[in-house]
Design a protein around this ligand. Structure first.
Ligand SMILES: C[S@@+](CC[C@H](N)C(=O)[O-])C[C@H]1O[C@@H](n2cnc3c(N)ncnc32)[C@H](O)[C@@H]1O
Length: 258
């Protein structure tokens, strides 16, 4: 049982994420993005996907936790060729103080920026991201919500060889702060309780877009997932819109241009 391996297999779909980032940047700027900073990078799986997409792509991953960065080095960066390895750098540090060359794209994915509880602090983080972008740079974030996001609940999903369990253990409606956990159980019955713990504020989309604009971004747009007519589920295609649907649970992208 390796919690990072299980996390990558259950939670992340870096191919789809980078497809969206590449296509949206090209669409907005009329050129391909080449440099990317992955904030809260964890195992840096997304940054590695970026490196594999083009020989001129460069990536920096920033995370506070040396243990997860080492895992990423041993299991993800180790899979890159020598030439690719030279185009990626992992930085152990706070995203607020990341000292990285100016980049085309900054990513804050899997809701990691929800750790910032106060509006002032979030705006300061957004300002620091904006300062680290090239003049035509773009900031990509994701967000989740829906009426079940504010509930205390536990959801299971079957994965290859194990079950992924997402628990919203506590939600405080006064502060919108929530305690969440990821648990895993292997098909052999081995349990890994609280493999990951997150203490987050459940920010709403208007709050996020307003804070991005306050931080100086010229745009802050929501890209909402379309619906597969056949089964009523999300179709994996995210488009810019100002009107969403009142789903029980949704995940979307927020895209902010410098
Ligand atoms: C939810 S994980 C996200 C992993 C990965 N980005 C993904 O998309 O799945 C959150 C990560 O953020 C890191 N982290 C939390 N606060 C941070 C901070 N202030 N600066 C840098 N990294 C931070 C944690 O160490 C953890 O690896």
């Amino acid at each position: 049982m390796d919690r990072h391996f299980l996390y990558q297999n259950a939670v992340q779909c870096v191919e789809a994420e980078i497809d969206f980032v590449e296509a949206t940047f090209q669409d907005l700027k009329g050129r391909p993005a080449r440099t990317l900073r992955e904030d809260f990078c964890g195992t840096a799986q997304t940054a590695c996907e970026w490196i594999g997409r083009h020989v001129d792509n460069q990536a920096w991953g920033v995370d506070l936790d040396p243990e997860v960065l080492q895992w990423g080095m041993d299991n993800n960066l180790s899979e890159l060729h020598e030439q690719q390895r030279q185009r990626i750098e992992l930085i152990e540090g706070d995203v607020m103080a990341a000292e990285v060359a100016a980049v085309d794209v900054v990513l804050a994915m899997n809701f990691s920026y929800f750790i910032f509880m106060q509006r002032d602090l979030m705006i300061r983080y957004f300002e620091s991201v904006r300062a680290s972008l090239n003049d035509d740079g773009v900031f990509f974030l994701d967000a989740f919500g829906g009426y079940e996001a504010a509930k205390e609940l536990s959801e299971e999903r079957e994965c290859d060889g194990f079950t992924y369990i997402w628990e919203q253990a506590k939600f405080n409606p006064i502060t919108a702060e929530m305690q969440c956990y990821i648990h895993f159980v292997t098909d052999e019955g081995v349990k890994m309780d609280r493999a990951f713990a997150y203490y987050w504020r459940l920010w709403t989309l208007p709050e996020i877009t307003e804070m991005l604009l306050t931080a100086g971004f010229s745009t802050a747009d929501v890209y909402w997932e379309g619906t597969d007519e056949a089964n009523g589920e999300g179709d994996g295609v995210y488009s810019k819109t100002t009107e969403g649907t009142a789903d029980a649970g949704w995940v979307c992208y927020v895209v902010a241009e410098k």
